[in-house]
Ligand binder design. Structure first.
Ligand code: IPE
Ligand code: IPE
Ligand code: MG
Length: 254
């Protein structure tokens, strides 16, 4: 069952257990080099590989990457189709590496608009890595935080039709159990590359008490050193979850 950070104070440690990243800046990385935007996306795949490796080595248990938002369909058709092709390619080429590293892969989001081949590859990759436990890698694809809350509400009401007549019985914990990442703790550290300081409809429910790290570095340039810098910054944060600093210090001593 998911622990809600606004209901209970979760245990935390110097290394984040769950890291969630908005991988932004691929297009600008490419434009700076007079390359098509799509070259930035292709280059970005290497950063994904590095992030998985670095997180695995650092002892991070959950890594969640925002690959395609529910709003990204608004982009030019050729860019969208290149992104889909890269997704297919990555699934075809990278799953054996994930397997070797003990990585369990999951994809969250509304997968129904994806072409059947992509949906099939996603299912296969999820199944074939289902026994792995070293690192839980989640790719958010056609994902939107608002979609997630809505789909959770729909599924919860379908399972508990009595709630419609007794809405007072609905609580945060129950709804959280239907979110698409209910099996994971809420993110400890959020990273957004590319300079923008916004959430862009990522895990809006789950980020309630997450530490937010923004960097100007474009995603294709984001490597091990940059990720370690974010971890170092995270280790200096005092996570109060509504308490006073003295309380945090006191509880840390007990
Ligand atoms: C992030 O990079 C990748 C996706 C959204 C798929 P962008 O493509 O948003 O790059 P910029 O922000 O235009 O530089
Ligand atoms: C957010 O990036 C989504 C992903 C990285 C997948 P965008 O580049 O689409 O976000 P906005 O439009 O700048 O907010
Ligand atoms: Mg962007």
């Amino acid at each position: 069952m998911a622990i809600s950070s606004t209901k209970d104070v979760p245990n935390t440690s110097a290394t984040p257990e769950h890291v969630a990243i908005i991988m932004d800046g691929n297009g600008r990385w490419a434009s700076q080099r007079f390359l098509p935007r799509t070259a930035g996306h292709a280059k970005g795949v290497q950063s994904v590989r590095r992030a998985v490796e670095t997180c695995g080595n650092a002892g991070v248990r959950y890594l969640t990457l925002f690959a395609f938002s529910s709003e990204n369909w608004r982009r030019p058709a050729d860019e969208v189709s290149l992104l889909m092709r890269l997704f297919v390619q990555a699934l075809e080429r990278e799953v054996s590496r994930l397997q070797e590293q003990g990585v369990r892969l999951r994809v969250v989001g509304d997968l129904s608009p994806f072409e059947p081949k992509l949906q099939e590859l996603i299912l296969q990759a999820q199944e074939s890595t289902a026994q792995n436990d070293a690192l839980h890698l989640t790719i958010a694809a056609n994902y939107g935080g608002r979609w997630d809350i809505l789909q959770a509400t729909r599924r919860m009401l379908a399972a508990h039709p009595e709630l419609a007549a007794h809405p007072d019985q609905l609580d945060e914990q129950l709804l959280s159990n239907y979110l698409s990442m209910a099996w994971a703790p809420e993110p400890d550290l959020f990273i957004r590359t590319g300079g923008e300081q916004r959430i862009s409809n990522f895990l809006i429910w789950q980020l309630a008490y997450t530490e937010l790290f923004f960097t100007d570095c474009y995603w294709p340039d984001f490597g091990e050193a940059e990720l370690r810098q974010a971890f170092d910054w995270y280790s200096t944060r005092e996570r109060r979850f509504g308490r006073t600093s003295a309380q945090v210090y006191g509880s840390a001593k007990t």
